[in-house]
Design a protein around this ligand. Structure first.
Ligand SMILES: N[C@@H](CCC(=O)N[C@@H](CS)C(=O)NCC(=O)O)C(=O)O
Length: 108
């Protein structure tokens, strides 16, 4: 079982499926990019809602993962070398998921 307890963000948003990619986000233009990518790749993930109404993105738990206090952010429990990897910035996350995902080659 993957232990994500080293990440303080899991205190506010517990990982019920710690074997899955943990997504901390909201359906904003930057947030939704990552949700779409996760759906398209089929990678298993567990979403967590970071509510702007409550300024969740500015909470100490969220800032412990992304000090810039912006969504989206992820933790991949099975990152490079099988170790957990935390990542933010939507473009960086998309590139990471593209490498991690199993793409179906489109037929032309
Ligand atoms: N360059 C960042 C921008 C992230 C960003 O601006 N996120 C917005 C939502 S689309 C946010 O978290 N806003 C909350 C705030 O500024 O307090 C990325 O692409 O991930």
């Amino acid at each position: 079982m993957n232990d994500l307890s080293a990440y303080p963000i899991t205190e506010k948003w517990p990982a019920h499926h710690p074997d899955r990619i943990q997504l901390y986000s909201l359906p904003t233009p930057n947030g939704i990019k990552v949700s779409v990518m996760l759906e398209e790749t089929g990678l298993p993930y567990e979403p967590h809602r970071v509510g702007f109404d409550a300024d969740d993105q500015k909470s100490p738990e969220f800032a412990s993962l992304n000090p810039y206090k912006k969504i989206p952010a992820i933790i991949d429990p099975e990152g490079p070398g099988g170790k957990p990897l935390a990542l933010w910035e939507s473009g960086a996350i998309l590139l990471y998921l593209a490498a991690a995902g199993s793409w179906v080659t489109p037929t032309r």
